[in-house]
Design a protein around this ligand. Sequence first.
Ligand code: SF4
Length: 321
Amino acid sequence: MNSQEIIRQIRQIKEEKNAVVLAHYYMSPELQITADKGGVADFIGDSLGLSVEAARVQAENIVFCGVRFMAETAKILNPKKRVFLPDMDAGCSLASSITAEDICELRRKYPGVPIIAYVNTYAETKAECDICCTSRNALAIAQSFDADTLIFVPDIYMGQNLQQNIETQTGKKLILWDGKCEVHEQFTGDSMEMMQILNPEAEMLMHWEVPKETVNSSFGRSKGVLGSTNDILHYVGESKAQKFILASECDLGATLKGMYPEREFITPCFKCPYMKKINLENTLAALRSIGTDNADRFEIILPEDIMQRALTPIKRMLEFA
Ligand code: SF4
């Protein structure tokens, strides 16, 4: 079946099964075309945008084109709805770097220190934390605590980047975990320098998950933005530059090009192997499974008590949306 036929069938089955498709910006371009433009996605966004949208969804069924921790968040926010992930192996190196038991161990080691969990964690881990955050609201959330020491898990690179800002602005200390995004850690200072030499007029677009050393050396040479996916999209809209070097997931370049076709985006193309597990074919298969015996293969099922305990830190995070 060709892509156009799969898209036609997805659109038809969404209607028949009262389902919506939510898609992350890191999806391949064919999944990022929205339904009003002839595609399949009812909403595209970053982690925070998708969490907010998941909380508003009216349809009975949500097919989540993203990775597992995101689909779990959608389920926790919509316990009465059914949430489907087209491939249960769509994981995340950050989410798998820390467990609920690790959080309990941190509590024993640092009693009374608030624990902030990046939303890139599994439900059992979130359930043990005080508040969640995304790359968009992490700084505001860290600044909102009175405590002079905070624990931030699991992304060490994002934690170090936050630490630089927080320590300068508030004097607060962050205790970090050693998790890494295997996509963003590939952006090295050397590779960025080569790109900057070749494109001296370009501005930098860097995600919080890029290593601190790369961030510091790159911004020593060029101006630009360090922030969340949403910050990056917004920055390009405000900037007068024509050319940008993107240090984030490769397919965000396609999103940017679609939004700003007259600008040029240069990126070493590092793709997230987990996000790329999701495609048109398995999205159609997940939709078809709704209401059949095959649904178990795709449906997110979480223990009731975990959902209830994980809801509190997620809801606190949404107060900063
Ligand atoms: S890009 Fe990195 S943080 Fe995002 S899902 Fe992939 S591995 Fe996880």
